[in-house]
Design a protein around this ligand. Structure first.
Ligand SMILES: Cc1cc2nc3c(=O)[nH]c(=O)nc-3n(C[C@H](O)[C@H](O)[C@H](O)COP(=O)(O)OP(=O)(O)OC[C@H]3O[C@@H](n4cnc5c(N)ncnc54)[C@H](O)[C@@H]3O)c2cc1C
Length: 321
């Protein structure tokens, strides 16, 4: 019998990136996938660092009807195709979460949960996470009736009642998705009309399963040991209790910029402040998609910005040579 005994320095568990990269792309949604495709085709030495959710928010969307070329496609099919195309072009993906990115000796040092990378340029494409309201019961019942993803959780609400809070495109699309499974759907919105695409908004409001609560706010989520049993709303007529089994929240998003706070300027909502669409306050850092303050948060804009960001990096590399 033999034993392998290693002596010397104890491994900290942190792998060093093999060597220096020209470009690190942080994120794994449409913006990063498009940046990866272009980076690979330009022959830029790069790595894409994507977290646990490949495909990003788009992959969690049941149906996408407004991406040019497809009348209707499942979000995950679209992002799977994007990733396949990027891989075929030679894109390199590592499944790691970026924890910090800082400037070091004219380069950028990116630390993830398991490795470190040195790079000349960085594209921030980490998207955004759902915002919460912070009302009583919201976090207590998260996963037990409170959800941020109807596409993921709708099957748990078959023939049950649900409430959707929000009035934008995401809220309306996900509410429409829920109408296929739930028995009753309440739509709670703080204004007196929806901000969503009129075609979808009308379809939802006119749906026979849907009851609307205008100028109303979610005040509390109530429940028991089994999960959500109801909500309390602040309505123009005062507090109102509604029995429900589920609460789906679409009240905005928070850009995932925490790892990059020392690297680029952010706006008041924590989005990366851009100039010339994908440039940032740092000449070595670009940003694309929902993580930016560019506004129109859609797959088509995310992929366009991802492509532009890699093209901008390519131009800079060319000028250096
Ligand atoms: C419910 C819903 C429905 C929608 N429907 C449509 C629609 O019909 N049509 C449309 O065009 N758009 C739709 N959108 C919007 C669309 O999904 C987004 O605009 C698009 O996904 C943005 O892409 P992105 O790459 O910028 O960011 P995201 O899609 O948010 O991707 C960001 C990625 O970065 C990863 N990440 C985050 N932090 C880190 C980190 N620190 N390290 C590594 N990786 C990280 C995340 O895990 C994620 O994979 C919808 C969005 C929602 C929420």
């Amino acid at each position: 019998m033999s034993f392998n005994v290693s002596v010397g320095l104890v491994d900290s568990g942190v792998k060093k990136g093999e060597d220096s990269y020209q470009l690190v792309i942080a994120g794994g949604g449409p913006a990063a996938l498009s940046a990866a495709l272009y980076a690979a085709r330009y022959g830029i030495k790069h790595v894409v660092l994507e977290s646990w959710k490949p495909g990003g928010q788009a992959a969690l969307t049941a149906e996408i009807e407004n991406y040019p070329g497809f009348s209707l496609i499942a979000g995950s099919d679209l992002t799977d195709a994007m990733k396949k195309q990027a891989l075929q072009a030679g894109a390199v993906f590592h499944m790691e979460t970026v924890e910090t990115a800082v400037e070091k000796n004219d380069k950028i040092l990116v630390k993830t949960d398991s490795a470190e990378y040195t790079t000349d340029y960085l594209i921030i494409a980490t998207g955004a996470a759902p915002a919460t309201l912070g009302v009583p019961g919201e976090s207590k019942y998260y996963g037990r009736g409170v959800s941020f993803c109807a596409t993921c959780d709708a099957p748990f609400f078959k023939n049950k009642r649900a409430i959707v809070v929000g009035g934008g495109d995401s809220a309306v699309k996900e509410a429409l998705h829920l109408t296929h499974v739930v028995s009753e759907l309440g739509l709670v919105h703080r204004r007196d009309k929806l901000r969503a695409e009129p075609f979808l908004a009308t379809k939802l409001i006119e749906h026979k399963k849907v009851a609307t609560y205008w100028n109303s706010h979610l005040a509390e989520v109530v429940g028991d040991d089994m999960g959500v049993t109801g909500v309390v709303l602040d309505t123009p007529e005062g507090k109102k209790h509604i029995d429900t089994d589920g609460v789906f929240l679409y009240v905005g998003t928070i850009p995932a910029t925490e790892p990059f706070v020392s690297l680029v300027e952010l706006d008041k909502k924590k989005a990366v402040l851009t100039r010339n669409i994908v440039g940032t306050s740092n000449p070595r850092v670009f940003a694309a998609g929902d993580v930016t303050n560019n506004g129109f948060r859609q797959v088509v804009t995310a992929v366009s910005e991802g492509a532009r960001a890699s093209a901008a990096v390519f131009d800079l590399i060319q000028n250096e040579e």
